[in-house]
Design a protein around this ligand. Structure first.
Ligand code: AMP
Ligand code: FES
Ligand code: ZN
Ligand code: ZN
Length: 328
């Protein structure tokens, strides 16, 4: 790659960043990422040095990058990996998370849906009639909260980046889904029974988090989840990438200006949604009904025969998954 010179030191650059209208060498790219994350943490009052932090790690670039960044910035952060039982993808992704933790002497808590709760995501999808990503999102959100609360962590960090947040915002805006828009913030404060939830990578794109990992020598799982192939979220990312190609910086403005200018107008709406929670009669966590959605998924899915991942993939996703397996 020949990207001419670093904006800061004039040494050969390793990456071009059109939205900053500049190129950077490895050292100054790392400095830029660190500053963007520090700015996100400061602007949104995400973290305090005293916080006990739990980083949700999937073994992909974003969550390993955010864990690495937080440790580098001096925070105390342990990891949480959730085994979702998605074919070969889950054990492979766990390997990346575990190796990262072992190499740095960090603590990684692991929860396995099949071993600990008697189901996996493909089975939950079939048993409950939910699309896989919905069963998966619901299971992960419940476990992030419950593991954090049971183990005394004040904050849960996820690796959502600018591309993720802009794509979700785009989808919610296309539908004017006010309930979701009201909650789409880089920080959700702690409420009774729930930890604070923060996204320190909202100012970095996925190209930047991938480059962070390469420069820092972090080995991460390149594959996307086979169940996510062809979903709307990926289509929105592609659409926004096309907009970004034509107007560098548009993606960041779309998301960051939403957070600054629009989200405050929706704040009272978000408040209404957390009022009036009861207690789940099965797990004791807060819920709007008598049994929480997670415990209902556990009950239905653990009673169902295990369903292999191939059976719940769309035609296109199945073809891609099977051809990947043949290649490896
Ligand atoms: P995703 O929902 O796959 O886009 O992932 C969003 C964020 O959720 C990631 O950046 C991680 O912080 C977290 N995450 C995803 N999968 C897992 C997993 N299996 N275990 C723990 N955290 C996860
Ligand atoms: Fe959740 Fe793929 S990681 S469905
Ligand atoms: Zn430089
Ligand atoms: Zn429950």
């Amino acid at each position: 790659m020949n990207y001419s010179k670093c904006r800061v030191c004039k040494e050969p650059a390793i990456i071009d960043l059109p939205r900053h209208n500049a190129n950077f060498c490895g050292e100054h790219f790392i400095q830029l990422c660190r500053r963007q994350v520090e700015k996100a943490i400061k602007d949104h009052r995400m973290l305090d040095p005293k916080d006990r932090i739990l980083v949700a790690v999937s073994g992909g670039k974003d969550s390993l990058a955010v864990w690495d960044l937080l440790i580098e910035l001096g925070y105390q952060a342990d990891g949480l990996y959730i085994g979702l039982g998605i074919g070969d993808y889950s054990p492979t992704s766990e390997g990346y998370a575990q190796r990262f933790a072992d190499q740095r002497g960090l603590k990684l808590i692991t929860v396995d849906l099949r071993q600990d709760f008697g189901y996996d995501i493909p089975t939950a999808s079939r048993a409950t009639g939910r699309v896989p990503c919905s069963a998966c999102g619901l299971s992960k959100r419940h476990l992030f909260d419950s593991v954090a609360m049971e183990n005394g962590y004040e904050v849960v960090v996820t690796g959502h980046n600018l591309d993720d947040e802009a794509a979700v915002l785009f989808g919610n805006t296309l539908r004017w889904d006010i309930d979701y828009l009201a909650r789409q913030l880089p920080v959700l404060p702690a409420t009774p029974g729930f930890p604070k939830k923060v996204k320190p990578l909202v100012r970095l794109t996925e190209r930047e988090t991938a480059a962070w990992c390469v420069v820092r020598g972090i080995d991460y799982l390149l594959d996307e989840c086979p169940m996510a192939l062809g979903n709307r979220h990926l289509a929105h990312k592609n659409t926004l990438n096309e907009v970004e190609r034509q107007s560098p910086g548009a993606k960041a403005l779309f998301y960051l200006n939403f957070v600054e200018k629009m989200a405050p107008l929706l704040a009272s709406h978000g408040q209404e949604m957390v009022d009036g929670l009861g207690t789940c009669d099965s797990c004791g966590r807060p819920t709007t009904g008598t049994t929480c959605a997670f415990c209902r998924v556990v009950a239905t899915s653990s009673a169902h025969e295990p369903v292999p991942v191939e059976l719940v993939l769309s035609k296109k996703a199945r073809a891609a998954y099977l051809s990947d397996r043949q290649e490896t």
